[in-house]
Design a protein around this ligand. Structure first.
Ligand code: PLP
Length: 392
């Protein structure tokens, strides 16, 4: 069998369970009806961000020309990292080209046993963590101790079970779960981590810009346990610039010494060209704007609450959602694709999220709200959902 035949066979298998993905065009003129975009604060199209990106590119060039450790350490990166550290209320920050890369290589570096004197760490992970966090565990060759989603009692039980172990403990979770749309009880997690002397690694991809004080993420909350973990260097927070920040790339906010460790041992940093200066300029502008958007953040969450109430009345299940991400959990892959296509016919774009991205039989149409959705758009969505229920 040659590669083309093998690929064809694999694609046919995926299609049998409605699991095959295809690329669809995303016309710019249909953005208003788009519930699939992660541009939660509608920053991606803002003229001042685009302008700031251009200005930075004019000054430093279209590309960084190399890894930060070679020719790429332009002063705009140092400035952005100082800005990110301040934004996250952290000692230091490191910027990378994507969130996936940041998790896959940054978390893998944290889990690398050579960091811990050759001892493999015990890694406690939420069962619904993003694929990139799983990838990091695989890359580091560590076994995950998985706790039930957001279940702090289960996490405690598992930590207690390993109480006599001398292995370092690392807890890994998202703060806003991208597919469930629910929030990590971050303060409780910090208290548990402190009690068990664990390092915390949090993914704020969907929280950055939207949650926490002035949109700084939940990791930026002021809390005695969080402050104590920070003092120990046990509070490692990543987030992306690709969602509410409206651009691309990602950061790790941490202690200065752990940053220096990453500069040496995070493969996605060492062996990858630094992000484009355009990205740096646009992200820096977005981080200036975001703290001032409290009213937009409040409106976004209130729109999500209203939408949940409306769709519950229609008999939809929104799972655990209590954020701006509202899944319509339908179960089967087929039902999920049918609902997505029904909404698409009325011009509404959504994401069909199927296993393995979500657990088996929990396929869902994911509605990601943004600050540009008008009342008319929500009405149109509701009408389409009413028609779907009527036809069922
Ligand atoms: C929780 C989470 N972490 C990381 C990523 C990866 O981020 P990026 O798109 O910047 O690579 C995503 C993106 O979907 C995500 O949802």
């Amino acid at each position: 069998m040659n590669l083309s035949q093998a690929s064809q066979q694999r694609l046919e298998l995926l299609a049998q369970d409605s699991g095959k993905r295809v690329l669809l065009p995303c016309p710019m003129d249909r953005r208003a009806l788009d519930f699939s975009s992660n541009d939660y604060l509608c920053l991606a199209q803002r003229g001042d961000l685009v302008e700031a990106g251009h200005e930075c590119a004019k000054r430093y060039g279209a590309g960084a020309t190399g890894s930060r450790l070679l020719s790429g350490n332009l002063e705009c990166f140092e400035a952005l990292e100082a800005q990110v550290a301040q934004f996250k209320n952290a000692e230091a920050a490191l910027v990378l080209s994507s969130g996936y890369q940041t998790n896959a290589s940054g978390l893998a570096a944290l889990l690398d046993k050579s960091l811990w004197g050759g001892v493999e760490p015990l890694v406690f992970t939420d069962r619904l963590n993003h694929a990139s966090l799983h990838h990091a565990c695989q890359l580091a060759g560590v076994k995950q101790v998985r706790f039930r989603h957001n279940d702090m009692a289960h996490l405690t039980e598992l930590l207690n079970k390993h109480a006599d172990s001398t292995q370092p403990r690392i807890i890994v979770s998202e703060t806003v779960f991208g597919m469930e749309g629910d929030l990590l009880p971050v303060e409780q997690l910090a208290e548990i981590a402190l009690q068990h002397n664990a390092v915390v690694y949090l993914d704020e991809a969907h929280a950055t810009g939207v949650w926490g004080p002035q949109g700084r993420g939940l990791g930026a909350l002021a809390h005695p346990a969080i402050d104590a973990l920070k003092t120990m260097g046990h509070w490692v927070i990543m987030g992306t610039f690709s969602k509410a920040v409206g651009v691309s790339g990602a950061y790790i906010a941490c202690s200065e010494v752990f940053k220096q460790y990453l500069v040496n041992r995070c493969t996605g940093f060492v062996y990858s060209t630094a992000p484009s200066p355009f990205v740096v300029g646009a992200v820096a502008k977005a981080l200036e704007i975001i703290p001032g958007l409290n009213a937009e953040r409040a409106a976004l969450q209130s729109a999500a609450e209203t939408l949940r109430n409306r769709v519950h009345q229609l008999g939809f299940d929104t799972g655990l959602s209590n954020t701006h991400i509202v899944p319509l959990v339908v179960g089967s892959n087929t039902a999920c694709l049918e609902l997505k296509s029904h909404l698409q016919q009325t011009g509404i774009r959504t994401s069909a999220v199927r296993p393995p991205t979500v657990p088996p039989n929990a396929a869902r149409v994911r509605l990601a709200l943004n600050t540009g959705h008008s009342q008319a758009v929500f009405d149109q969505l509701q009408e389409a959902l009413v028609r779907w229920k009527e036809a069922a």
